[in-house]
Ligand binder design. Structure first.
Ligand code: NAD
Length: 288
């Protein structure tokens, strides 16, 4: 039997990053504005700090400007919103991202909704989520956008596929479902209350797993030649990072599969850089 094709997220994200670097070089030559990303981090969640550091490094690598604003975990909500309001008005800033999760006393939606729709590079603001829902995407949530870029890069034709998403979070599962609908899939979004989950996964030509449980899906849950996209990032007790899918068990059954690490993860950052450049270009048009 044919072995599954492994989708290389590092290679595809590097191709995107190279294109962005070239665009920044051209913008410097034309004396056009250099994209500027503002990141807000609240509290001292170690994973959040690592993600923010990675985003900063990648911004530097492509030639963007980035600045991170740190708040202690006790910060008042109004203080964060006031900062966002001033960043919204600041013509130097093209893009704003608030690193999730937030401390419990802060209303996540209030924070997200206060970000300018033009600078909302995570795409979580109701305007941007709503635009995707309407089928006219503007700034698109990064992880689902990155997954669509991966499918495109591998010439995977999505029209008419039975797509099943496991997980319905606002960050991954829901916007993923909307992206797949837009791409012509018959889309099912499943979640923790779904009964007989296996009956759905068995029907999937394309299965996207974003649950956050190590090795949640085995090969007997999928049909032959299914395309498997593993979004999960789970740290085992031995420190190893694994996805939500039992990767090894899939290798003779899936047609395509993303590894963890090295699959979806790098694409999320690449999409963030794309969104930041897009926001910068759009804002320049509005200002001119
Ligand atoms: P979340 O906890 O917000 O959502 C998990 C979803 O899984 C929920 O909708 C829940 O209903 C569903 N779920 C839980 N148990 C289930 C079950 N038994 N059967 C079916 N559905 C079930 O998590 P999230 O933010 O969507 O992230 C999911 C995973 O993806 C995590 O491991 C996270 O670290 C990872 N992630 C990766 C990237 C990346 O760039 N690769 C980006 C975001 C999230």
């Amino acid at each position: 039997m044919k072995k599954s094709k492994i989708i290389d997220g590092i290679k595809i994200s590097n191709e995107i990053i190279d294109k962005i670097k070239n665009q920044v070089k051209k913008r410097i030559q034309k004396k056009a504005k250099i994209p500027y990303l503002a990141v807000i981090i609240i509290g001292d969640n170690p994973a959040s700090k690592i993600y923010v550091q990675k985003k900063e490094n990648k911004c530097k690598e492509v030639g963007f400007i980035s600045k991170t604003f740190y708040f202690s975990k006790e910060v008042r909500e109004t203080k964060v919103i006031n900062l966002i309001k001033s960043l919204n008005k600041d013509n130097n800033i093209d893009a704003i991202l608030v690193q999730l999760p937030l401390p419990n006393h802060i209303n996540k939606n209030k924070i997200i909704n206060s970000i300018s729709i033009y600078k909302d590079v995570d795409g979580f603001n109701p305007y941007n989520t709503g635009s995707l829902c309407q089928g006219t995407p503007k700034l698109r949530p990064c992880t689902p956008k990155g997954i669509m870029s991966l499918l495109n890069a591998y010439n995977i034709k999505t029209h008419g596929l039975n797509a099943v998403v496991i997980g319905a979070s606002n960050v991954v599962g829901r916007p993923m479902g909307l992206e797949l609908l837009l791409a012509g899939c018959t889309t099912t979004i499943t979640h923790r209350f779904t009964k007989n989950l296996k009956e759905y996964t068995k029907l999937a030509d394309l299965l996207i797993v974003a649950v956050g449980k190590a090795n949640f899906i085995n090969s007997d849950w999928i049909k032959d030649k299914a395309i498997i996209i593993d979004v999960g990032i789970n740290k085992l007790k031995n420190g190893k990072i694994v996805g939500d899918v039992n990767f090894k068990s899939m290798l003779l059954k899936a047609s395509y599969i993303t590894p963890v690490p090295g699959g979806v993860g790098p694409m999320t950052i690449a999409s963030l850089l794309e969104n930041t450049l897009e926001a910068c270009k759009n804002l320049s048009k509005i200002k001119n």
